[in-house]
Design a protein around this ligand. Structure first.
Ligand code: G1P
Length: 271
């Protein structure tokens, strides 16, 4: 089973910081943001993380490649703790596929079709971090309890913010689980079926990957993952895990990235 991390975006909101450096490589406390997401993927039922990269973001691949010379140098200087970390990151089970054109999230996910084959797969969006790694195992549990159904994480947001997200319609089946009836991408607040916004963690059935092959551009002229999820609902059940906003950390804007650094740094120094 694979965990897919789309990472081919331009990082426009972080320019000029992201002119020559991928947004995913921006520092969060002591490691690049994408390292948290890779670690979360590898802590789940996935055996490999697949980064959907752009050809211009080689720094991401360098970060997850072994560097025996640096490790040897650090050991020679008695810096074993750093050497261990560099070694650990270089040995993470990460592979790459390429999105040649920025045609939307659905298109990015489809670029990894050969990797996922006929298995279920996770999609982890890099703009949000879940440093305790507990969300994917919980989503897996819900899927297992419902015959392998797709499960997506959703978060309550203030009503006027729904236009920034995918939003679900459905009904609660337990304290933190909803059965989904439909999904809509970035609705106007007056059209939103709920205030439960798609958060950026998905456990998807292989049928979603098949449906993405025929997906057409819609909202914002992009091929939307949300449309394929809505389409699969005609054939399969889908559930939502309602998360607490404090379970995830946003790094999608300069302001939220700074705030996330602050909060995670405070936590680290209190450990
Ligand atoms: C994407 C998804 C959206 C989801 C959001 C979460 O939108 O299309 O459904 O709610 O991520 O961050 P984007 O932020 O890429 O526009």
């Amino acid at each position: 089973m694979k965990a897919l991390i789309p990472a081919a975006g331009l990082g426009t909101r972080f320019l000029p910081a992201t002119k020559s450096q991928p947004k995913e490589m921006l520092l969060v406390v002591d490691r690049p943001a994408i390292q948290y997401v890779v670690e979360e993927g590898l802590a789940s039922a996935a055996d490999e993380v697949v980064i959907i990269n752009s050809r211009t973001k080689k720094a991401i691949e360098d970060h997850f490649s072994p560097d025996p010379e640096l490790v040897a140098l650090l050991r020679e200087r008695g810096k074993d703790a750093y050497a261990d970390e560099v070694e650990r990151v270089g040995n993470m089970n990460v592979s790459y596929v390429y999105q040649e054109e920025a045609l939307g999230l659905g298109h990015a996910v489809r670029c990894a079709a050969e990797k996922t084959g006929d298995e279920a797969f996770y999609v982890l969006l890099g703009d949000v971090l879940v440093p305790d790694n507990k969300m994917l195992p919980r989503m897996q549990e819900i899927s297992d309890a419902h015959g392998g159904a797709s499960v997506i994480a959703v978060m309550p947001v203030p009503h006027e913010e729904v236009k920034r997200f995918g939003v679900i319609a459905g009904s609660p089946v337990s304290d933190d689980v909803w059965k989904i009836d439909s999904l809509v991408e970035k609705p106007a607040p007056e059209d939103a079926p709920s205030n439960l916004a798609v958060f950026g963690r998905y456990l998807l059935s292989p049928r979603v990957m098949e449906l993405l092959a025929d997906a057409k551009p819609t909202v914002g002229g992009e091929i939307q993952l949300t449309d394929a999820l809505d389409a699969v609902l005609k054939e399969e059940e889908m559930y939502a895990l309602v998360i607490d906003p404090s379970d995830g950390f946003d790094t999608g804007t300069v302001e939220s990235w700074l705030e996330t650094n602050n909060v995670l740094w405070k936590r680290r120094t209190q450990e």
